[in-house]
Design a protein. Structure first.
Length: 366
């Protein structure tokens, strides 16, 4: 008995199914053999390209192999023109999707390798690849989607124009989010700071932990995590202490007005000697600055030859201790807030005090 299904007899269907099965099994076998040999080769080499190729080939999806097998088997059958075109379009769409998957896996693997290899030496790599990787993968899938639509006969020129008009409306509605996205790209390209830098924004200081597409996260000095939107962050004044090479230190001291003339002239020289005694401090200047309310004020400026805050505090501590010893040896006293009251007519004060004492004695005798 001769069975006919969709203009093809049973023998044709058996041949088509056999072709599809052979193609699927063959492609899967080729994939397994290539992956196995490439894995063995990659284990003996130090380059990353073979490892990258191994990850890309391993990402071949079984549905892609099935789609190719079905398309190959359909070529044996006598099908309507529309069905033949549909199978062709589906096969091309499966191929494009597989290409997108290969590209996505390849980009992800390469970016991960780049961050791992360069992250320790170049913290900017972590910041850059996070945003650029997202943009590259988004563009890849967008192009593949447009190619698939074009493959199915959709007029993508009109679609792109429509997306452009709609994109303007979406951009107006999402201007804050898009502003943060472009700010993120600005941070990536201009690099005012990278992950690991210690920065100060307004009155908040901390270490940059993460730079995302919308927000940047900073670990504050108190241990808390502070989250900034990228747009607000770039509108602020950012001080990057990680890129500081030296520290300019300005501090002042005050001595009492009872100091002698010779001692007063010795103070700038003492300050200079004390600062120059520190090996990592470069003396700049020391001057008699002003007459204060309760002290004679001096100002000292020196440069610490390292940005390390701990080293600066050690130097400042040694300077303070040395000044305490030198001033004690010279007989110079440090000033502190005091106020002296002078009476215009001291005799009136004494008369009032004497009268008050006599009144208290009279009350006691009574």
């Amino acid at each position: 008995m001769n069975y006919v299904l969709w203009n093809n007899d049973l023998g044709s269907w058996l041949v088509a199914c056999t072709i599809a099965l052979v193609v699927c099994v063959g492609l899967d076998a080729v994939k397994r053999v290539v992956v196995r040999r490439l894995s063995a080769y990659a284990s003996r080499t130090a380059t990353y390209l073979d490892d990258l190729a191994l990850r890309v080939l391993s990402a071949t999806h079984p549905l892609f192999i099935l789609a190719i097998g079905v398309y190959a088997g359909s070529q044996w059958l006598v099908l309507p023109a529309k069905t033949t075109v549909l199978f062709s379009h589906l096969a091309i769409a499966a191929l494009l999707l597989q290409v997108a998957r290969w590209g996505d896996v390849g980009l992800h693997a390469w970016l991960h390798h780049y961050r791992t290899r360069r992250g320790a030496d170049d913290a900017a790599a972590v910041t850059s690849t996070a945003a650029l990787g997202f943009v590259a993968r988004t563009v890849l899938w967008l192009l593949i989607a447009l190619m698939i639509l074009d493959n199915f006969g959709v007029n993508i020129t009109t679609l792109v124009a429509s997306l452009g008009i709609g994109g303007i409306a979406v951009a107006l509605a999402l201007q804050n989010i898009l502003g943060d996205l472009f700010s993120s790209l600005s941070i990536v390209l201009d690099k005012p700071f990278v992950v690991g830098d210690f920065i100060s924004v307004d009155d908040i200081s901390g270490t940059v932990e993460y730079v995302g597409l919308k927000t940047t996260r900073i670990r504050g000095l108190g241990g808390e995590q502070v989250v900034f939107s990228n747009s607000d962050l770039l509108k602020s004044r950012i001080r990057n202490f990680k890129r500081m090479q030296t520290r300019r230190i300005v501090f002042g001291i005050g001595v009492t007005y009872e100091i002698g003339k010779a001692q007063l002239r010795r103070v700038p020289a003492i300050l200079r000697e004390v600062v120059e005694a520190q090996p990592q401090a470069k003396f700049d200047r020391a001057h008699f600055k002003s007459y204060g309310a309760s002290s004679i004020d001096f100002e000292v400026v020196y440069i610490v030859q390292t940005p390390d805050y701990g080293v600066f505090m050690d130097i400042q501590q040694e300077i303070n201790l040395a000044l305490f010893d030198r001033f004690a040896d010279e007989g110079i006293e440090f000033a502190y807030p005091t106020r002296t009251v002078h009476l215009a007519n001291p005799t009136i004060r004494l008369t009032q005090e004497a009268g008050s004492e006599q009144g208290q004695l009279a009350q006691a005798s009574e």
